[in-house]
Unconditional design. Structure first.
Length: 252
């Protein structure tokens, strides 16, 4: 079952510098991250409950290019090789990636077989997950991910701590909507249907879990909009950084 947006993969030249800039400009705290050993990338993470923002950079192009199972790294490298930063892809959370992928493939989806992944944190703890990938890109449907609740970051205690965590710029901030510029919203909506069995309503809008995904006419290199919801009293503000237009709104 698809649960909602799991995370956004934002390709940046220097994840540490980008995290520091976003912390200063938005008040979001980037508290996690590490290296994808043997895959050539490293990241910084800001958790918004169980959804998170991933700032991903490349430290070894050769490893990224040779990793046949790490499609996310290649998607990030493709963005950086265009001389820009921005959304490379994103993930939807699943509580059964293997079952979801098998169901979708039986309906003709090109989504791949599930593959395992891991990341070692600076404290030595290992984060583990299972993913299933369709062809990736900023205007392509997202991939699926299922986190291992017996590994680091996704046990009950870690999830409870994230649910209560307060960011300086809005308290318990949550991701509410992702607006994607695409060349042909009708064709992109059709692709979401074929790949993930997700249907869009009039206005190119769909809801997965508690989050909205919107399509709008534009170029894939245009700036996506990420709408964040803070606690009551959060100042309404917006800022464009690292290829993303960030919009903060208070809770009703």
């Amino acid at each position: 079952m698809l649960l909602g947006i799991d995370h956004l993969v934002i390709a940046v030249r220097d994840p540490d510098a980008a995290a520091a800039e976003l912390q200063q400009d938005t008040g979001l705290a980037f508290t996690g991250g590490g290296r994808h050993e043997g895959m050539g990338t490293f990241n910084r993470l800001a958790f918004l409950g169980d959804t998170y923002l991933e700032l991903i950079g490349v430290h070894d192009r050769g490893l990224v290019a040779s990793s046949v199972t790490f499609a996310v790294g290649r998607a990030a490298l493709a963005v950086l090789d265009e001389g820009r930063e921005g959304l490379a892809t994103y993930a939807l959370a699943s509580d059964d990636v293997a079952g979801d992928a098998a169901r979708l493939r039986s309906g003709g989806s090109p989504i791949g077989e599930p593959v395992t992944g891991s990341r070692t944190r600076p404290d030595g703890a290992v984060v583990r997950w299972l993913t299933a990938f369709p062809p990736l890109g900023p205007a392509e449907p997202p991939f699926l991910i299922e986190h291992n609740p017996e590994a680091a970051e996704w046990d009950a205690a870690a999830r409870a701590a994230r649910a209560a965590f307060r960011h300086r710029g809005g308290g318990r901030v949550r991701l509410k909507a992702l607006e994607l510029p695409v060349a042909d919203p009708a064709a992109t909506a059709d692709a979401y249907g074929r790949v993930l069995a997700i249907a869009f309503s009039e206005g190119w809008r769909t809801v997965v879990g508690e989050q909205e995904i919107r399509l709008r006419p534009g170029s894939p290199v245009d700036t996506p909009v990420v709408r964040l919801r803070g606690e009551p009293g959060t100042p309404t503000r917006d800022v464009t950084r690292h290829g993303i237009h960030w919009v903060f709104m208070p809770s009703a």
